[in-house]
Design a protein around this ligand. Sequence first.
Ligand code: FE2
Length: 294
Amino acid sequence: MINSRVTELGYLGIGIRDVDAWRFYANEILGMEWVEDGGELSLRMDYWHHRILIQPDADDDVLFAGFRVAGPEEFLEMQQHLKECGIPFEVASPADAEKRCVLEFLRLKDPAGLPLEIFHGPLVDRHKPFRPGRGMHGKFVTGSNGLGHMIVRDAGVEDSYRFYSKVFGMRGNIEVRFDFGAGRREPIFMHCNERDHTVAFGAGPLPKRIHHMMVEVDNIDDVGLAYDQARRHNVPILFEPGRHANDNAFSFYMQTPSGWFCEYGYGVTRPNHQSEYNVVGDIWGHQLIANSYA
Ligand SMILES: [Fe+2]
C-alpha cells in the first residue's frame, strides 16, 4: 500500500464545444457510456455514477480533475495540511457536493492553474451495470487505481513536483530523459496507488490544460477495437500502437473532439518504488503520426 494523501484520480470535468461529436466519440470510439440525465451530461466507465462530467464550454478544455481521499477524517486532515502548506482552497457547499455526486469536496488549483478538487465518498451505482456505448471484449481498469492518468500542463517542473509530492503526497521522479535538438525534456511521473502514474508533467508547452488522459482496458483486443474504430471514423492518430518503457502500457494515442488527446491502453504495471529512467521512451512502436500542436 502506498502512503499517499490522495488515493486516485476519481473523475474529470471537461468542457466541450461539440456535443454531437463527443457523443459519437465517447460511445463508438472509446466505448464509454454516454449518460444524459435531466440535462446533465456524463460518461461512465464502471459502477460509479460518472467518471467524466461534461459541460458545454467554448474553450474545449479540461475544467477540473477530482482526486479522492479515503473518507471524512482524511478530508479534514487534508484541509489542515493545505493550510499548513499555504495552499488556498474552498470547501464546496453540501448542495454543490450533492450535485457532484460526492459526500464532500473542496476546490483548489495546482501551480499551473489547473482547477482541482479533493473529494471523498463518490456515488457508486452498484445497481446499474456499466453499459458500454458499443461492444467491448472486456472492461475498463479502474477500481482503487482510479480512472487512469493524465499529463498536465506545468508552469515549471519544480513547482509541480513540489505540489504533487508535498501537498498531495504522491511519489515519483523522472522516468524518461529525451534529448531534442532544442534541449532536454525530463517528464516526471507521479503515482498515488498501484497504477504506474496518475499525473505526469514536464512534457513541454501545452495549448490545453492537459496533453492527454489515459484510460486502460483489461483486454488487449479492446485496444485493437478502439484503434480500428478510430481509423474507421477518421479520428486523428497522434501515436501509433506501441509499448511504453516506463509503465509497460500497450497503447495508442488519438485526438479527442476537443483537441487534447486520449491514450487508450492495456497492461499498465505497478509503480517502480525506486527511481530509474530510460532514454528511449518506448520498447517498440508509438510512432508519431500527426501532432495538431505543431
Ligand atoms: Fe500516458
